[in-house]
Design a protein around this ligand. Structure first.
Ligand SMILES: N[C@@H](CCC(=O)N[C@@H](CS)C(=O)NCC(=O)O)C(=O)O
Length: 238
């Protein structure tokens, strides 16, 4: 049975990169439909024609015979779908059901718990009050600082301490001592925390040597390099 046509609706400088990486690691053929962020770093309106939230990644799956199409949103769900339908050999899943469930956990955890404090810090790092003249910028600036101090800073540490311990327990990977979809999905928020994609560092890699080594090791994969090349050819600069 032939596989469907797979299209990744890909926004530059975004988490959509890891979907390319996942598909490359599974050696699947796919097409990329590129979109460019606007001057405010938002996705263009066209994405809303495919899904009302207008975010990327979106994965389009088209049946070659019937032409029936599905549009999938949410990175964790996209990963889960790809594993279920296109990784029959379980090369990025795990034959052990407990381990497979742990992988599922990370597919939720990445967006549900790890990403939110990073997004808070990222938005504030964009200096949202920079256009306001002093002293108007002062009060909101203080509030921002309090949110970072009382919530995101400690929360990012809490999360990274947890991940450091998990990778140490699992021989250099998140689950079961071998590469899985969890590693590829989780690489994006970790890279973001360490200053990779957006250039703002929210945690010092030196304080997390196990995670740092894990990330560097992941980036040596051929699939990473090929996905990077494709992302670059479609407008991404990281
Ligand atoms: N939870 C969603 C988040 C999707 C998301 O926010 N994507 C960002 C790119 S990293 C986006 O499309 N941002 C543009 C915008 O919101 O205008 C997922 O995991 O796919």
């Amino acid at each position: 049975m032939s596989l469907p046509i797979i299209r990744v609706h890909f926004l530059n400088e975004s988490r959509a990169f890891r979907v390319l990486w996942l598909l490359d690691q599974l050696k699947l053929d796919y097409e990329i439909v590129p979109y460019r962020r606007d001057a405010s770093f938002r996705a263009p309106e066209e994405l809303k024609k495919l899904h009302p939230l207008g975010k990327s990644p979106l994965l389009e799956v088209e049946d070659r015979k019937t032409g029936k199409r599905k549009i999938l949103a949410e990175s964790g769900y996209i990963f889960q779908y790809v594993l279920k339908h296109f990784d029959k050999a379980k090369s990025l899943d795990n034959a052990d059901s407990d381990k497979s469930e742990e992988i599922q956990y990370y597919l939720h955890y990445a967006e549900g718990s790890l990403q939110p404090p990073l997004i808070v810090d990222m938005l504030f790092s964009m200096d949202p009050y920079g256009t306001l003249p002093f002293p108007l910028s002062y009060i909101p600036g203080m509030v921002t600082q309090k949110i970072v101090e009382n919530y995101s800073k400690g929360e990012i540490k809490n999360q990274l301490d947890f991940i450091e311990g998990e990778i140490a327990k699992n021989d250099g990977y998140l689950v079961g001592g071998k590469l899985s979809a969890a590693d590829i999905l989780m690489s994006f928020p970790i890279d973001m925390a360490f200053g990779g994609p957006y250039g703002h560092q929210f945690a010092d890699p030196k304080q997390y040597p196990v995670i740092d080594k894990w990330l560097k090791n992941l980036k040596t994969l051929v699939s990473y390099t090929s996905a990077k090349y494709k992302a670059g050819a479609n407008g991404a600069q990281f």
